[in-house]
Design a binder for this molecule. Structure first.
Ligand code: FMN
Length: 187
């Protein structure tokens, strides 16, 4: 098999599309974010890569809190909009309804299938981004998105992103049970 060498600026994909909620200059703001990952289990930590020029970065630094919201694929237009316009120029607090949990400065989008409110615990400075690490203080969803009490990706129908071709996708088919199917190869 012949591998070809493609550009190094290649991405881990697909990325879930998330909307990061912050309170900036006294108002709620939401930005689209693909670079999100769980980075620790206990305590539950999540990391997000946010360009230091974004309005969102200012909000997280000011309040030391943020939220991560998972839009369904039905929210594709509003999600993209939140990734095209900046809160520096446009008031994005009225794009959709939002609510607050324990942290009073981490607005969460009501229409999202899953919302997590996070307290900033660390920041790693990268050449153009802040890598903000937050502890998930609480997560919110609705009964209709759960199967056996756990978030069900098929019911949530999240929006996925591939880069660098910059295209949105929906979830495909169930392929097998993780931490299990590989046991067949154990000797
Ligand atoms: C699908 C999508 C994903 C994005 N992912 C990121 C990301 O992971 N990190 C980032 O810094 N900007 C990302 N952006 C760009 C910001 O969302 C965009 O610049 C936004 O306008 C910033 O808003 P703000 O200035 O109100 O914070 C993404 C944009 C889109 C459309």
């Amino acid at each position: 098999m012949m591998k070809i060498n493609i550009e190094a600026n290649t991405y881990v994909y697909p990325n879930p599309v998330t909307l990061v909620g912050t309170e900036v200059e006294g108002r709620a703001n939401f930005m689209a974010l693909g670079w999100v990952s769980r980075v620790n289990a206990k305590p539950p930590l999540v990391g997000i890569g946010v360009n230091r020029l974004h309005f969102t970065a200012k909000g997280i630094q000011e309040t030391k809190t943020f939220s991560i919201n998972y839009p369904s694929a039905d929210m594709i237009e509003v999600s993209d909009y939140c990734g095209i316009v900046s809160g520096k120029k446009v008031d994005k607090s009225n794009v959709l309804e939002f609510f607050y949990g324990y942290l009073k400065t981490a607005p969460m989008m009501t229409e999202s299938t899953l919302c997590m409110e996070c307290k900033l615990v660390d920041t790693i400075e990268l050449p153009s981004n802040h890598f903000f690490i937050g502890e998930i203080i609480a997560a919110y969803t609705e009964e209709k998105y759960l199967t056996d009490g756990k978030p069900d990706i098929k019911k949530m129908n999240p929006l996925l992103l591939t880069m660098p071709d910059n295209r949105y996708w929906t979830v495909g088919e169930y392929a097998g049970k993780a931490w299990s199917i590989g046991k067949k190869l154990k000797k």
